[in-house]
Write a protein that binds this ligand. Structure first.
Ligand SMILES: [Zn+2]
Length: 303
């Protein structure tokens, strides 16, 4: 994702709705989620057309297909903007209660960056993407296990996007390749709400509110931040961060309320692990995955 506008405005929101769970909540196992983060990194960099990407698709399928009511590999091909070849991309879709028309998409990008442009060492080599790639997927794989135990009122689509992080800096049209394709070619029906998780593994987690998300879905942001506060997860901050150009944007452009839960300070405001070879599992923690995972479980079962 990219930072598109620089805003740091203190929020004075009125967080009014206390949310009580309507359904029994299965447990979110943050250590199992962290194991999924490490296991993805052990597959190697997972940029398009890499050996790591092939292994990752098999890894996700092995976990998600038995848990979900429907499982899809949505393959598509685009011309590679940076070579003469083709990009073969795959979105991964696991649907729960696929008969329901009231639906929520929970999504993350699974690809990792093919270059490390902010690293002084080997900037042309692909990154391992522990936080920027594996962390969001790790939360969603564990959420899939939760959803397989107990149904929620809305149907849920877990969607893992390919090609989020392919673009070179400033080349906006070559980011968000998978989410753009999915927003144009969704597995029907389209959802009423979209929740994206990205860069949620940072051991020093600090999740500010993305102004793009708040403009799209203020009520949804307020619900999620209120739940986090009630659960004692002070990693969720009541202030605006940078505006994000991320996988939620193609859905907002389709008129679907969509939010991005993201910590774009990795590990602090300098963001100096981002798009470098320092983005490794030791900079991430189960506690951070837990703050996001348990907040989402509580929101899902209060719908
Ligand atoms: Zn990235």
């Amino acid at each position: 994702m990219l930072r598109i506008v620089f805003t740091r405005i203190l929020l004075t929101l009125s967080f009014i709705s206390l949310v009580a769970p309507a359904f029994a909540q299965p447990a979110f196992d943050s250590y199992r989620a962290y194991d999924d983060l490490v296991a993805q990194c052990d597959l190697g960099p997972r940029e398009p057309s890499s050996m790591g990407a092939l292994k990752a698709i098999a890894y996700y399928q092995n976990i998600l297909e038995p848990l979900a009511d429907e499982f899809h590999l949505q393959g598509f091909t685009l011309p590679d903007p940076y070579s003469e070849g083709q990009l073969n991309l795959v979105n991964i879709v696991a649907r729960f209660q696929s008969e329901k028309t009231d639906r929520v998409i929970l999504c993350a990008h699974w690809d990792t960056r093919p270059r490390a442009e902010y690293d002084p060492h080997e900037p042309d080599k692909p990154i391992i993407g522990a936080n920027d790639g594996a962390s969001g997927v790790a939360v969603l794989l564990e959420l899939a296990r939760v959803l397989s135990v107990e149904p929620t009122k809305p149907g849920i689509d877990i969607v893992l996007f390919d090609g989020e992080d392919y673009g070179k800096p400033g080349d906006l049209q070559n980011y968000l390749l998978g989410s753009r394709y999915y927003a144009e070619n969704p597995i029907d029906p389209l959802p009423q709400q979209v929740i994206l998780v990205d860069m949620v593994g940072d051991a020093e987690l600090s999740i500010k509110i993305d102004p793009v998300s708040y403009r799209s879905a203020p009520r949804l942001v307020e619900e999620i931040w209120m739940i986090a506060r009630n659960l004692g997860f002070d990693q969720f901050k009541y202030s605006f961060g940078d505006a994000m150009y991320d996988d939620h944007v193609p859905f907002i452009e389709k008129g679907i309320p969509a939010i991005d839960i993201i910590d774009f300070e990795y590990p602090g405001p300098g963001n100096h692990y981002w798009h470098t070879h320092e983005d490794t599992p030791d900079k991430c923690s189960p506690e951070s995955l837990e703050a996001v995972g348990k907040t989402l479980v509580t929101w899902l079962y209060s719908q």
